[in-house]
Write a protein that binds this ligand. Structure first.
Ligand code: SAH
Length: 215
């Protein structure tokens, strides 16, 4: 019963904060956020808040995940690039709505953990790459969609160059300590169209791979 109530609370939060797309809601209902966090945080996985994961990082707030996914306007022909794999939760949702997902993470430990989770969940259309996502993934470019789940001070030019014409990129823009703005960029024949989707708070996009003591 408690589980059912938690699920109701989870979906209610998504809907009440503007996640209305049926396919996105369906993908988020089918995946358990609990499977992407560890220890004591599993009992809080239904709450609409970010939660700590390994390497001092966070799994994003579910409503923000929903709004970003919805803004990507995915279909089953899309090849998607995510920067900032973290727990793998966002990548798992993308994988249910797109044809192919590539996700890049700078912490080796997070890349390994999320790769294991996604394999266990039989989500086989995702490739987790350990590397510096601020460089994108040139060998797989161009992408139909790009989602950055860490905040950059400006939309990285390198990533925009790897976006197909007609493609959409979603990312938080702003300084790490300040309030950031979620921005949607559509690449057209003639330039870039920007839409402000509201305020968010993300960990910063950091250049280079991490050199953790334990990974
Ligand atoms: N999308 C994740 C949450 C992202 S937290 C999820 O669903 O759980 C942001 C992640 O971006 C962190 O794991 C951080 O290590 C990673 N990150 C920051 N800068 C990066 C970079 N340059 N390349 C790849 N990953 C980066």
């Amino acid at each position: 019963m408690e589980e059912f109530e938690h699920q109701m609370q989870f979906v209610f939060a998504l809907r009440s904060r503007g996640v209305t797309n049926a396919a996105v809601l369906n993908a988020m209902e089918k995946l358990q956020r609990r499977d992407f966090v560890e220890g004591i945080f599993q009992d809080r996985s239904f709450e609409d808040t970010p939660l700590p994961i390994s390497c001092g990082q966070t799994i994003s707030q579910p409503t923000v995940v929903g709004l970003m996914t919805q803004a990507l306007e995915l279909n089953n022909r899309c090849k998607v690039l995510e920067i900032g794999t973290g727990s793998g939760y966002q990548a798992a949702i993308l994988s249910r709505l797109a044809r192919r997902v590539y996700t890049v993470e700078r912490h080796r430990r997070l890349a390994r953990q999320s790769r294991e989770r996604l394999t266990t969940l039989h989500l086989h259309n995702i490739t987790v790459v350990h590397g510096d996502g601020s460089l994108g993934l040139p060998e797989q470019a161009p992408f139909d969609r790009i989602i950055v789940t860490a905040a950059a001070e400006d939309p990285p030019r390198v990533l925009l160059d790897q976006l197909r014409t007609g493609g959409i990129m979603i990312l938080p823009v702003g300084q790490s300590q300040a309030v950031q703005t979620l921005v949607k960029i559509v690449k057209t024949e003639t330039g870039l169209d920007y839409t402000d989707l509201g305020s968010v708070r993300f960990v910063p996009l950091v250049e280079g791979v991490a050199h953790d003591v334990l990974d």
